[in-house]
Every structure is written in structure tokens, then in C-alpha cells.
Design a protein around this ligand. Structure first.
Ligand code: NAP
Length: 276
């Protein structure tokens, strides 16, 4: 499994599992739990959730899925911006821990930027760290100017910025990826499969098939082609998670990268950070 080094020096798997919309449909529950467990056993042991997902239902399902596997997992959750004040972040985290049936979150992110001053949220994260409730903290959906402000507010310990990144969403290559690379801050790509919409791009699907891999594998191998990038892909069935786990066996050559650039040109200028 390819790995990424966090600023703390800790090594985590580059490819993990997402859980948006997981845990919201009773009839799918047992398959979703089995899929997450299979993913962990295949090495996709970084798992991303948020208090927002199903208003806690995703965290509850994960709490059930982790069971005896908690110590094998690097668990990421996120606080809503409106819960990111000094006092609310502490109670939000406690609620997440309870739903996740664990005593600590490995990486706790501010889901997107809201109106609470960043310095106050950082103080909340530091309280949680000191209490052993979270091990690392980071942000999501921050553009380079948000990151500048974060650092200026005392946020040098930020462990990652989780942002939308896939072949259809290359805007971050212009500024955010270089900004983070210069400071050795890993970027975590969310929706690396564009929620399945990538699979409707016929020439992309044809390119994957010409390489004897699946479109999901090509997308994941492409997103993870550079150092310092992590990705979380959501799969709700065993076939998909097994497929995704094999993505890292594929070596993306310069020729394939050039073919991807033809299909999905890199950015030629700055653009606003895209979010889903
Ligand atoms: N920070 C943020 O603001 C933010 C925003 C969005 C997402 N996220 C995180 O990022 C995670 C991933 O993003 P996402 O859920 O939006 O979308 P995604 O991972 O890009 O795509 C998920 C979709 O792709 C399908 N899929 C997965 N593996 C496949 C395979 N091997 N072959 C064919 N189809 C496959 C899934 O189908 P099945 O479900 O049927 O398997 C699902 O429909 C989320 O779950 C969440 O944890 C964070």
C-alpha cells in the first residue's frame, strides 16, 4: 500500500474509504458494514466520516463496523463550521466519539470555513488534542488564502486540507497543491471518482479498458500519482472496494499521464476552489 507522511511524521495509507450517504438506508446497512470491514482488511484503513453525514448516521454505522478493528484504522471525522466555536467543538467531538464507539479520533477536520474565527477553532482542536480526544487536526475546502489565514492564526500544525480533486476537478493543481507541497502538508482528495460521473466520460472509460484496468482504478491511480496526496473513495459493495484496493498496483506511466492530460487538460489559470 502506498503511504503518505503526515506533518507529525506519522505514516498513513494513501488510499482510504469515504462514507458520505453510508448508514442512511436500513436495507443496505449490513452490506455497507461488510464492505468497510473488507476494505480495512485490504489495507484501506483510513476512513473518512463527518458529523454531517446522515446527521450522525454514518458515524454510528462506522462505530458498529469498526468493532475489533479500531486499532487498525486511522479514523477521520469532521465538525460542522457552525459547531466550530471553542465550546461547541468540544461537545461535537464528544458526540462523534460516542457514535463512533471510540475514545479518540485520529484526524479531526473543520468541514468547511464558516463564521467562527479560525483562531478559536484551533484553540478548540488544541484542547481536544491535550485531552487525548483527537490526535491530529486539519481543515477541508480551504483555498490558499484560507490556508494563509489559518497559518497566521497559529494553525501551523494543520495535518491536511481535504478538497475536491479528480480528473474533472484539476483547479487545485494551479495553486493549492503547490502551496501545500511547499509546506509538506498532505492534501486529501475527496470524491476522487466524481461520485461516479467520471464513468460517463466515454474516452476515459475506453482509456482504462485499453490499459486492462477499470475506470475507478485509473481515476484513483491518477489522483494518487504524486507524493503527498491521499484519497478517500466511497464504495458500498465488496466488488467496488476490492476493485479500488487494486488501483495502487497500477503504475501510471508518462504516456498514460499525457493521455489523461489530453482528455482532462490541466488548469491554465487560477480558479475558485470547487466544492461538492
Ligand atoms: N470534505 C468534504 O466536503 C467532502 C465532500 C464530498 C465527499 N467527501 C468524502 O469523500 C468521500 C468520497 O467521495 P464521494 O462519496 O462524494 O464520491 P466518490 O468516492 O468519488 O464516488 C462514489 C461513487 O462511486 C462508486 N464507486 C466506488 N467504487 C467504484 C468502483 N470500483 N467501480 C464503480 N463505481 C464505484 C460508488 O458506488 P457504490 O456506492 O455503489 O459502491 C459511488 O456511487 C465521501 O464519501 C466523503 O467521505 C468529503
Amino acid at each position: 500500500m502506498k503511504t503518505v507522511r503526515l506533518p507529525s511524521g506519522e505514516i498513513v495509507p494513501a488510499l482510504g474509504q469515504g462514507t458520505w450517504f453510508v448508514g442512511e438506508t436500513a436495507s443496505r446497512r449490513s452490506e455497507e458494514i461488510a464492505t468497510i470491514q473488507a476494505g480495512i482488511d485490504l489495507g484501506l484503513s483510513l476512513i473518512d466520516t463527518a458529523e454531517m453525514y446522515g446527521e450522525g448516521q454514518s458515524e454510528c454505522l462506522l462505530g458498529e463496523a469498526l468493532g475489533g478493528r479500531r486499532d487498525k484504522v486511522f479514523l477521520v471525522s469532521k465538525v460542522y463550521p457552525h459547531n466550530a466555536s471553542l465550546s461547541n467543538v468540544l461537545t461535537s467531538c464528544e458526540r462523534s466519539l460516542k457514535r463512533l464507539k471510540t475514545d479518540r479520533i485520529d484526524l479531526y477536520l473543520l468541514h468547511w470555513r464558516g463564521s467562527i474565527p479560525l483562531g478559536e477553532t484551533i484553540r478548540g482542536f488544541e484542547h481536544l488534542q491535550a485531552a487525548g480526544k483527537i490526535r491530529h487536526w486539519g481543515v477541508s475546502n480551504f483555498d490558499p488564502s484560507d490556508m494563509d489565514e489559518l497559518i497566521a492564526c497559529g494553525g501551523k500544525a494543520v495535518a491536511t486540507d481535504q478538497v475536491l480533486y479528480n480528473p474533472l476537478r484539476r483547479g487545485v493543481e494551479w495553486d493549492l497543491l503547490p502551496w501545500c507541497a511547499r509546506r509538506s502538508i498532505p492534501v486529501m482528495a475527496y470524491s476522487p471518482l466524481e461520485q461516479g460521473r467520471l464513468f460517463k466520460v466515454r474516452p476515459f472509460v475506453d482509456l482504462a479498458h485499453s490499459l486492462a484496468i477499470t475506470p475507478a482504478q485509473l481515476a484513483l491511480a491518477w489522483v494518487l500519482r504524486r507524493n503527498g496526496i491521499l484519497a478517500v473513495a466511497k464504495a458500498a459493495c465488496r466488488r467496488h472496494v476490492e476493485d479500488n484496493a487494486r488501483a495502487l498496483e497500477f503504475h501510471l506511466t508518462a504516456e498514460v499521464e499525457a493521455a489523461m492530460d489530453q482528455l482532462f487538460p490541466p488548469p491554465a489559470s487560477a480558479s475558485a476552489l470547487e466544492m461538492l
